[in-house]
Design a protein around this ligand. Sequence first.
Ligand SMILES: [Zn+2]
Length: 238
Amino acid sequence: MNKFDFLYDKSIICLNCEHTFVTKKVRQGTQAVASRDADFCTYYKEQAGNPVLYTVCVCPRCGFSFTEQFSSPLSAQARKHVQVKITAKWTAKEFGSVRSLRTAIAAYKLAIYASQLTDQPYSVKAGLCLRLGWLYRYLKDNAEELRFLRLAVEQYEQSYVHSDYRVGDKEMSEVRLLYLIGELNRRIGEFDQAIRYFSKAISLKGQTIETGIIQMAHEQWSLARETYAQQQKQRVGS
Ligand SMILES: [Zn+2]
């Protein structure tokens, strides 16, 4: 048995240059979950089989990097930006085989850049920043993790304001988004914002069937309030 049997080759058509290339994906249902953090960051028994490593597709020909959530087709304007800013500087790199955390991180950074150049929905940019933050969490690189969680919060807040959070992510409901913005704010130390968003999530209690999220919002709201109160006390004391 091959060590990487859980991977398969998927043919992808580049959203930019239409070149067909092969990238690895994780077979659905083959990976056992070990644990999950409150912001949905998931740890698998075999972290090498974490599907997050393989979410981004990198076109070896033009360098355009994207996920299945990207809107297509790209506008003529967007293609022009990609040509000048990415393809003109691109030297072929291999992203189509087994990925380490470092390789996955490089792929996400390319995709974030491509998402900005082609004006993707806030929800798409937010999802990329969040997952890149998780990759740094797996590496225990706290500073880089927080840097990308901060960017994710900004994009998710915009996604909430502009109501584009269902684009490309059918699982994302209003209550889940509010909860997630709360939790990410808590993690970056913005406790007052965290409390605000958890309260907004809790206020949807009677209007959602996602009672698990309401429960989590209650728990994380208490946690954020406790930490915030402690922090205020220390400030007064110092
Ligand atoms: Zn391409």
